[in-house]
Design a protein around this ligand. Structure first.
Ligand SMILES: [Zn+2]
Length: 51
């Protein structure tokens, strides 16, 4: 039961990363600090569904 997700930059809303998570063990919204190429810095990246 894994769900495919993309990680979107909070500032420019670009989807820079893809990941997946286990729905059963991770029910919280994922927010990760990742490097964004268009902002050229680390920004919070929020999960969003790919479908
Ligand atoms: Zn960005």
């Amino acid at each position: 039961m894994r769900e495919l997700l993309s990680l979107a930059c909070e500032e420019c809303k670009r989807r820079n990363y893809t990941t997946d998570k286990n729905k059963r063990t991770m029910t919280d919204k994922l927010v990760l600090s990742k490097y964004c190429n268009s902002c050229r810095k680390h920004t919070p990246h929020k999960e969003s569904k790919i479908k």
